[in-house]
Design a protein around this ligand. Structure first.
Ligand code: AGP
Length: 611
């Protein structure tokens, strides 16, 4: 999604803003732009369609210079990707705005402004904000006041940055529904939609709250006001992941780096959360034990990959904690007339903690009489975490690749911790708890073993380079893993992929199977193995080529058109975590072969902050 960077500094901000935009590239975008208040009192703007590199070239031809500026990467919502639709948007020659989110009432506002003589250059919803601030500036005392008056007229979601040639060395920012952080420098202040954009200049951040408005001015002055206009002291937090997370190191792509980080981040996710033979319920917050003891049902809501993690958790929670579980995608849940049984815990899963539908689902759920809400999330200080009663951080560290990898396996690990914590309070046998805890501790080492198979998986990937479709099969808790495998393949290689519970094959999808349809299956050694093997025979009998990721002890042999890759033995309950890895690597290598943009696949954004 769109990205914002802003800086009021002691030096020329062009390089700071450009570097910030580069660091935001992972979010997905189609154009970029920058506006700087120059020393001669004028406002100067450069914009370009395509990558930040295109804007950088434009800046080489026509550099910007000044100590205050804003910049943006745009992911088109209203109006096609074009230079004229790229941000910053201006009203006249003296005021510029960058915006993430959607202004839902932009049409009536546009009509009103046009009637008042304002001329629109773009098709965007954002341009109304620029003109509204300009119009309000005539009546307002200053830029802050003009922005506040404008916000009162906006419906929808926004993170905003505004500069005006009439207020040199000032940026006014505001957030509602889209994240915005303030970077605290030494005598300098910065604005960003994501702390990663600013790590080159600071590691200290204020995470603005819903409705906050902020004024950054010369000398590093930062003034935060809440929605009512009351000055607020917001906590300054130090970013703990270091700047290394934002670089690829020796890896060709962030996705590959993040796949290989999984043993380490799973260990980080477990750290301090396991007792000798049980999971520590306190990890979920001081009130968790009292709340979890009362839980009789669980509703899990999430999007995309996070939703798949929720689907796996349903198998675990029902089996080990004995509580009924409902799992739903947030965009459906939020518009349903949900019936909430007494003592139901509402659980959201999100890498970013800013996904618009998941956040809206949480807000909707808060009005529906749930016992409490729990967020399992990778970003501390995100909206989802702040607005939930309980939270558990997945500790994956920043994930840059649009295709989620380590965020997913750490979510699964956190969900197993949740299962164990809830299970203990619901009478789960101590021996079973002990076994699962020991298995969790051994997981990072087993993951290393799977990652060592990378060369063999790469060799398998060549069979997919010319294919247009693929079918993924799994059973039980591995059906969601098949779904996740299919999602990975389609989002980065653009191959159409579908996933089915293997038992559904003969109810329809078997009609698709022929030599052109590779079938990928995960076959751990669990109670459904024999049934899965029969399903795979059905595929072979129709001439389908099989790629099976199987437990090293299952009797499954390589033969013509049946490729078997053996994975290390793992506790069968944790197999969904381990079996995710070969599917990630397979998608990665297929995408590399096809030459797609692995880290920033077309049309997708890392953090989906609009509905
Ligand atoms: C995964 O590869 C996707 N990029 C996407 O499905 C993602 O999981 C989804 O948008 C939810 O994001 P979240 O976890 O940040 O809420």
């Amino acid at each position: 999604m769109c990205g914002i960077v802003g800086a009021v500094a002691e030096r020329n901000v062009e390089a700071i803003l450009l570097e910030g935009l580069k660091r935001l590239e992972y979010r997905g975008y189609d154009s970029a732009g920058m506006a700087v208040l120059a020393a001669d009192g004028t406002l100067q703007r450069r914009r370009a369609v395509g990558k930040v590199a295109a804007l950088a070239e434009r800046l080489v031809e026509a550099p910007l210079s000044g100590r205050c500026g804003i910049a943006h990467t745009r992911w088109a919502t209203h109006g096609r990707p074009s230079e004229v639709n790229a941000h910053p948007h201006q009203s006249g020659e003296r005021l510029a705005v960058v915006h993430n989110g959607i202004i839902e009432n932009h049409e009536p506002l546009r009509r009103d402004l046009e009637a008042d003589g304002y001329r629109f250059d773009s098709e965007t919803d954002t341009e109304v904000v620029a003109h509204l601030v300009a119009r309000e500036s005539e009546a307002a005392g200053d830029l802050l006041d003009a922005v506040r008056r404008t916000l009162a007229r906006l419906d929808g979601a926004y993170a905003l940055g505004v500069v005006s040639a009439d207020a040199p060395d000032v940026i006014v920012g505001a957030r509602k529904g889209s994240p915005l952080v303030v970077g605290v420098g030494i005598g300098e202040a910065f604005l960003g939609s994501d702390p990663l954009a600013l790590l080159q200049v600071t590691d200290r951040f204020i995470y603005l709250e819903e409705g906050d408005v902020v004024r950054l001015s010369a000398g590093g002055r930062i003034e935060v006001f809440d929605a009512a206009g009351t000055p607020m002291e917001r906590e300054v937090q130090t970013f703990e992941h270091g700047d290394g997370a934002a670089s690829r190191g020796d890896y060709r792509h962030f996705m590959l780096k993040e796949i290989h980080e999984q043993p380490a981040v799973i260990a980080a996710c477990l750290e301090g959360r396991l007792g000798e033979r049980s999971a520590l319920v306190e990890s979920f917050g001081p009130d968790a034990e009292a709340l979890f003891s009362r839980v009789r049902q669980v509703h899990i809501v999430a999007c995309g990959t996070s939703y798949h993690a929720g689907m796996v958790a349903r198998y675990w929670l029902e089996r080990f904690a004995g509580v009924p579980v409902q799992v739903e995608v947030a965009s459906e849940y939020r518009y349903r007339r949900v019936v909430v049984p007494e003592d139901t815990l509402f659980v959201t899963l999100s890498q970013s903690g800013e996904t618009a539908d998941t956040l809206a689902a949480l807000r909707f759920a808060r009005e529906r009489g749930y016992l409490a809400s729990l967020a399992i999330c990778n970003v501390p200080g995100s909206s989802l975490v702040r607005e939930s009663d309980l939270s558990l951080m997945t500790q994956a560290g920043p994930e840059i690749g649009v295709a989620s990898t380590k965020a997913f396996t750490t979510q699964l690990t956190a969900l197993m911790l949740f299962t164990l914590a809830l299970g203990r309070l619901k009478g789960l046998d101590a021996g079973v708890q002990g076994e699962l805890v020991a298995a969790l501790r051994g997981l990072p080492r087993l993951m290393e073993g799977v990652l060592a198979l990378d060369g063999e998986i790469e060799a398998l990937s060549t069979a997919f380079a010319e294919k247009h479709h693929a079918l993924f099969l799994g059973r039980g808790a591995h059906f969601p893993i098949a779904l996740e495998g299919a999602l990975k393949l389609k989002e980065i290689s653009y191959i159409h992929a579908e996933a089915y519970p293997a038992g559904e094959l003969k109810h329809g999808p078997l009609a698709l199977v022929d030599a052109e349809m590779p079938v990928i299956s995960v076959a751990p050694n669990d109670e459904l193995l024999d049934k899965l093997k029969s399903n795979l025979q059905e595929v072979r009998a129709r001439g389908g080529e099989l790629f099976v990721f199987a437990d090293e002890e299952v009797g499954m042999n390589e033969e013509e058109y049946v490729h078997v890759l053996r994975l290390p033995r793992v506790h069968e309950a944790l197999a969904p975590i381990l079996y995710t890895l070969p599917l990630q690597l397979l998608s990665y290598h297929v995408a590399v072969l096809k030459g797609t943009d692995v880290d920033q696949p077309r049309n997708l954004a890392k953090s989906v902050t609009v509905e």
